[in-house]
Design a protein around this ligand. Sequence first.
Ligand code: ZN
Length: 283
Amino acid sequence: MSLTDDLYRDIILEHFKNPRNLGRVERPSVISHGANPFCGDELELTMALEGNLIRDIQVQPKGCSISQASASMMTEALKGKSLQQAEEMARRFKAVMLEGAKLEESPEMEDLQALEGVRKYPVRIKCAILSWNTFLEGLAAHRKGEKEASHVEGEEGPRPDLAHLLGEEKGNAGSSESARPAETTPEEQVREALKGVIDPELNLNVVDLGLIYGIQTQDGSVKVTYSLTSPGCPLGPVIKGQMQSVLGKIHWIKEVQTELIWNPPWDPRTMASEEIKTELGIW
Ligand code: ZN
């Protein structure tokens, strides 16, 4: 990790630990709710407007460090700005995150440069832009004379077609099974095979992500307890299908049972491998 990455990480963590403008404004002119089901981030944004000016803006965020830090930085940048200036800043920030535009030097957007590093982790980009999209949605509602708005990440475009992932092309782990040394336990064999199960959203395997909570084997049957990255995750059937597929290639397995559980909720900070945490941009 470079010096710049370290510096950026410090700025992000500093905002995460000491969020600015945390709470809810009194008598809000605009209330906007945002959700990012890809990560489980949520926030409520409230603004008090005075004419065309953002007199006060506050957020109540829940979720990962990047989404919360970005929300904190956003409130700092937008407070006191006119709605047009604020909209322009939101569009500029989104262009940086989504199109790789450069964030020009301006004091109020200084901390936001720390989030440019997040671009390296595509799955975190939605975390970083959630609060800004929630703001833009609130602004659009306000211009229509409405007070409340909501925004959900991922609803603006079509979802990728995931059907092909149900097939066998990803299930390559079973092929190395015959080469496994004799002392490998059945549980280890199952765990190794499950590394061939890829969460399509993150493009990482479920074992290293920490999504496999338990493996029990008895005679020819195996039971796998697992979780998903968020309760809103639409990929449950895809992952289950992949598990059946890779485990079906192990010769002694006659029966595969899978059980999806949400308790404890998946937390990459404690459950994922170190490599994966780096990959996900979690520190
Ligand atoms: Zn997030």
